[in-house]
Write a protein that binds this ligand. Structure first.
Ligand code: ADP
Length: 545
């Protein structure tokens, strides 16, 4: 027997409907290219979203068509997050930091019919114009002077399209399982693969991240989304903020630490979200030029492991609460969030930071286990295994990609490729990615744990460990290090001495390279693929014992 309750489709449109009815005067704030702040209400957003939906329809875009976006975090991009799904289209966020080959690949693979683009990003498209012949419309977000571009489709000015469009629009989406968003993995581990979100999955993800046991956004929050809108749906923040009625603040192109510090202070930010490299540089900026950021209740961090020394420094020196989260494009992206338990409140600070360095328990809506293939491992914080997930917002396959089998177990769990232990409370501790583990003499060495510990050294600004091929041992760890002060430098003995108390002898690196910068991926993670290539090409000056 079915229940006798109404069935209302869970659509992206219903999120915005709620925002404008209940929180119509709350704000979306954008730092514009000229550094001035643009301020609009959710009511304004609602109007412009409806206009965008009508404008796209007038251009001939049909429900189910893919519409690309290529730009920074700003209100026009938020309008696209709502406006494209509003008319039944699928927003395909294009990462501005991809190589031209990858960008052309994903635009063609997705068969984007139109692309909304920042004036400043037009050269990226001009570069690949002969390879993306299927795009019929280019809609330019900023200034009139930038419309004179050399692209193969019809060129439109975004504001002109909106001016001409009607503000009343009824969303045609009746089936909540209809696709609304397409995001390609950043390809850290190979060719980008498309993850196709539905209205239902994204709606449930929004409810999921807004749980008090996750980001817990409310109307009292001012949210700064540093994580790019072109990466993993901006961790769901535009939708989460709108549903909760929180003010949403977008940094535009200004992701440097000084600009972020200014926004955190001036907009009294309560929740800010970004990757560890961003928070690492912000920390150094705040130490140099302190500003009052006591409004922050959660500095959310994810995308790669937040080193424990940095969590400790934020809390101890700056009084900022760090909230560690884990996820991936395939999980929409939020899978776990480290919100402390009541019993963690009684821990001494060192033990509490140990907890905060963990990626937290799975959020309700995601089932998570560690396993070796199908063999589940215990939650005793010792056994390790691959994180495998199932859930309302977990991909069931990749967009138009064969070869599904390797990504799922025979009983249907999604294989994340991340290796972790889980404590009896369900708190995940990621020890590595399958591809980044170092195998020495048949034993595994965790690059993440070495990085975490070495970063607490006073003269080390950044460090990444990768495997160096070795005749006897198969692989040995190589420490790639950015020192704070190059002149002062750091010796291999000093590195080993710093690590020795915590790790078995065979974990200690017998080689290192001092560099001024560690290569990063398009989303700011250490790009170990590039480091490995640098080693192969002999581009790194390797210092050995
Ligand atoms: P890609 O796989 O291309 O890097 P994603 O941005 O989807 O694309 O990255 C997901 C991966 O990022 C995860 O599988 C995991 O390896 C890593 N990751 C995300 N959050 C964390 C975290 N808090 N700690 C450690 N690793 C993380």
């Amino acid at each position: 027997m079915h229940g006798l309750m109404m069935s209302m489709p869970m659509t992206i449109g219903s999120i915005l409907e709620h925002a404008q009815r209940v929180f119509g005067s709350k704000l979306v704030v954008t730092r514009q290219p000229d550094r001035s702040l643009h301020v609009m209400t959710y009511r304004d957003l609602h109007t412009r979203v409806k206009k965008l939906a009508n404008a796209l329809t007038a251009l001939g875009i049909q429900p189910g068509d893919r519409v690309g976006t290529l730009g920074w975090n700003h209100h026009q991009h938020v309008e696209a997050y709502f406006g494209i799904p509003e008319m039944g289209g699928i927003i395909h966020t294009l990462n501005i930091r991809l190589s031209s080959g990858q960008l052309a690949y994903i635009i063609n693979h997705a068969e984007d019919r139109a692309i909304l683009v920042d004036g400043s990003q037009i050269p990226l498209l001009e570069d690949i114009k002969d390879r993306i012949r299927g795009v019929e419309h280019f809609i330019i977000w900023s200034g009139a002077d930038q419309v004179a571009c050399n692209l193969p489709g019809t060129i439109h000015r975004y504001e002109d399209l909106l001016d001409e469009a009607d503000a009343s629009h009824e969303c045609p989406v009746r089936d909540e399982r209809a696709a609304m968003g397409l995001c390609y993995t950043s390809g850290t581990t190979g060719h980008p693969k498309g993850v196709l979100y539905s209205h239902r999955s994204m709606y449930l993800h929004t409810m999921g991240v807004n749980q008090a046991n996750a980001f817990g956004l409310t109307e009292r929050d001012n949210v700064l989304a540093v994580v790019p809108q072109f990466h993993a749906m901006c961790w769901g923040l535009p939708y989460g903020a709108a549903l909760a009625g929180a003010n949403l603040v977008m940094p535009g192109p200004f992701l440097d630490a000084a600009s972020l510090a200014e926004l955190l202070h001036d907009r009294r930010i309560t929740v800010a979200a970004g990757v560890p490299t961003i928070w690492n540089s912000l920390y150094h900026e705040l130490k140099r030029n302190p500003v009052d950021i006591s409004s922050i209740r959660a500095l959310i961090v994810g995308g790669s492991a937040m080193p424990r020394p940095l969590i400790k420094a934020y809390e101890q020196e700056l009084g900022v609460n760090v909230m560690h989260a884990w996820g991936m494009t395939e999980t929409s992206p939020i899978g776990s969030v480290c919100v402390p338990l009541s019993r963690h409140r009684d821990l001494d600070p060192e033990a509490a930071w140990d907890v905060k360095a963990r990626q937290g328990p799975p959020v309700a809506g995601v089932a998570l286990r560690i396993a070796r293939d199908e063999e589940e491992q215990p939650w005793d914080d010792r056994a390790t295994g691959e994180i495998q997930v199932k859930g309302h917002w977990v991909a069931s396959q990749y967009y138009r990609t064969e070869n599904v089998a390797e990504h799922f177990t025979s009983s249907g769990w999604f294989r994340t490729g991340d290796i972790a232990a889980i404590d009896p409370d369900g708190y995940v501790r990621i020890t590595d990615r399958t591809k980044d583990l170092i195998k020495s003499g048949g034993e595994w060495i965790s690059s993440v744990e070495l990085e975490n510990t070495l970063l607490s050294h006073a003269n080390i600004r950044e460090t990444a460990f990768v495997a160096l091929p070795h005749e006897n041992w198969g692989e040995r760890p190589l420490a790639v290090i950015v020192p704070h002060d190059r002149n002062e430098g750091i010796s291999l003995q000093e590195v080993r001495r710093h690590l020795a108390p915590k790790f078995p002898r065979f974990w200690l690196p017998d080689a290192m390279a001092l560099v001024s910068d560690i290569p990063k991926t398009s989303v700011g993670k250490f790009d170990k693929k590039v480091i490995r290539q640098q080693i192969l090409k002999g581009e790194l000056e390797i210092i050995r014992e």
